[in-house]
Design a binder for this molecule. Structure first.
Ligand code: DX5
Ligand code: ZN
Length: 231
């Protein structure tokens, strides 16, 4: 399972060092949470930060994965690809012309993903699945880091796994995002997710990034049972 750190709770006064610590720990997928204060009640950062991180990601051969929690994402897709995003995920709730936006991302040469909030059923993804490189199941309501994992969302991950397997779409990644930590990551993997976004369980002041990554990897060791409360 790929671990994709979200920098939202990182120390932004030393963002390069925070990201490099994750890359040094073997991480090759960085998750960038873009918030506009409209789709979600918080504002984070835009293409400038992506652009600043691109050379560092190149040095480690890492992927920059932008999660756009913004209205009218189609207006900004080009800017995020130009800034260096390899992957762009938009929310189905924010994209009335989702099919067009997904094609737009792919035409720009990036991998395209679609995300659903906890209150959105999997039906919202059903028609678009063959076009996707990634489906993102939010396991918190988006907007803030360090919220509690919503175990009810795992049923949607299980549905996606079944549906993608049944349709022979095994190359579509299933990503979970929100409240994923050493306690909950095993259940996400068991439900069928193969990319885990992890924010505060990696980036918390005073916590060593490499040890946090090691704890997550240990929780994914074969034979390490998922904590039953989350299964
Ligand atoms: C939620 C973001 C997440 C989140 C992850 O709005 O999309 O990426 O910040 O952070 P944790 O792991 O702390 O929930
Ligand atoms: Zn995210």
């Amino acid at each position: 399972m790929e671990i994709a750190p979200s920098i939202l709770t990182a120390d932004f006064t030393r963002l390069g060092a925070e990201v490099e610590a994750a890359f040094e720990a073997g991480i090759r997928w960085l998750h960038l949470d873009v918030m506009d204060g409209r789709f979600v009640p918080n504002i984070s950062f835009g293409p400038l930060v992506v652009q600043a991180l691109r050379p560092l990601a190149d040095r480690y051969g890492a992927i920059l994965d932008a999660h756009l929690m913004i209205v009218e994402p189609e207006r900004y897709v080009e800017a995020f690809v130009a800034a260096g995003c390899d992957r762009i995920t938009v929310h189905v709730e924010a994209s009335p012309h989702l099919h067009r936006t997904i094609q737009q991302i792919k035409a720009l040469g990036a991998h395209a993903g679609a995300a659903i909030n906890p209150g959105t059923p999997t039906a919202a993804l059903e028609a678009i699945l063959p076009e996707l490189d990634l489906a993102l199941v939010m396991t918190v309501n988006p907007g803030f880091g360090a919220q509690a994992f919503l175990p009810g969302c795992l049923a949607k991950v299980r549905w996606l796994r079944r549906e993608l397997d049944a349709r022979g779409l095994r190359e579509v990644a299933i990503q979970v995002d929100g409240g994923v930590n050493a306690t909950t990551i095993g259940a996400c993997r068991d439900a069928g997710a193969n990319v885990a976004v992890v924010g505060s369980a990696i980036y918390t002041r005073g916590q060593d990034v490499a040890s946090a990554v090691a704890r997550l990897r240990a929780a994914l060791e074969p034979g390490e049972p998922a904590v039953s409360a989350w299964s």
